[in-house]
Design a protein around this ligand. Structure first.
Ligand code: NAD
Length: 268
């Protein structure tokens, strides 16, 4: 059976851990050559573990260091990947982080750091990807000239006290995604977001590391289980594949129902 992403080149940012690693592995299973991006030398070994697992399972992957909040590094990553592999077909804008603080104590550095990675990083990578998609056009590997998946969050719609920088970054991702989807749909470029709910990864370790913490978290999830990175990886494969060819400019919530106002489960 034909693999869904056969022969396509996918850059997954922040792929040395968590959701990015999960997406990289699922895309590789479907035939994509995956660029496992990591931000700094100290995370290189983790990225290499992801690459080694993909290769051991018969897939293709390389690790690539780039801080997505730095314009020069993002430009160089796309130039290097295009010169090595010929093009880029899929960008998964996944890199993201939190620097939480009560609003009146939030420093400008905390604000700028989160916006710099979570929103500006997605802008910089999307811009370079779209330039390459436009240069190449539709090439027979897919009905699209290129696909971008922005990793958003349920916090693109759910306010989150103590996390104003993070929620603002994801709200920003939502309208950036929709705006560029509108701009480039006529050129056969598809751009969508995935909004994960609570997925067990290092970013939210404190929310599920003990039975008591997990119990508390499950109150927010109607499906009563925490998500796994494979839940997001499979959604990303589908969104990047031609099975989703008519899906453009939307956010797919993969959240076990977290956005269903779980406080109203017992009649409010
Ligand atoms: P994670 O901490 O495991 O992954 C984040 C990755 O981003 C790390 O690998 C990190 O090295 C990388 N990164 C950070 N700064 C970077 C930079 N400047 N350049 C390149 N890479 C950088 O956490 P995760 O849960 O896997 O998060 C992945 C994405 O999913 C994030 O955008 C996060 O906001 C989003 N998300 C996660 C959850 C969840 O419940 N885990 C929920 C909603 C959204």
């Amino acid at each position: 059976m034909k693999q869904k992403l056969e022969g396509q080149i996918a850059i997954v940012t922040g792929a040395s851990s968590g959701i990015g690693a999960g997406v990289a592995k699922e895309m590789a299973k479907e035939g994509a050559t995956v660029v496992v991006n990591f931000p700094v030398a100290s995370t290189k070994n983790m990225a290499q573990v992801v690459v080694d697992e993909i290769v051991a399972n018969g897939g293709r992957a390389v690790a690539y260091e780039c801080d997505v909040s730095k314009e020069d590094q993002v430009k160089k990553m796309f130039t290097d990947i295009v010169s090595t592999f010929g093009t880029v077909d899929i960008l998964v804008n996944n890199a993201g982080l939190q620097k939480d603080a009560p609003f009146t104590e939030m420093t400008l550095d905390q604000w700028n750091f989160v916006l710099g990675v979570n929103l500006t990083g997605q802008f910089l990578c999307a811009r370079e990807a779209i330039k390459e998609f436009l240069r190449r056009g539709v090439n027979g590997k897919s009905k699209s000239a290129g696909k971008i998946i922005c990793m958003s969050s349920v916090h693109e719609v759910i306010p989150w006290a103590g996390h104003a920088n993070y929620a603002a970054s994801k709200g920003g991702v939502m309208l950036m995604m929709k705006t560029i989807a509108q701009e480039f749909a006529p050129m056969k470029i598809r751009i969508n977001s995935i909004a994960p709910g609570a997925i067990a990864t290092p970013i939210n370790h404190d929310a599920w590391d003990t039975a008591a913490h997990l119990q508390n978290l499950l109150k927010l999830i109607p499906q009563k289980r925490i998500g796994q990175v494979e839940d997001i990886g499979k959604a990303a494969v589908w969104l990047a594949s031609d099975d989703a060819d008519y899906v453009n400019g939307t956010t797919i919530f993969v959240d076990g129902g977290m956005t269903l106002y779980p406080g109203f489960e017992g009649n409010g």
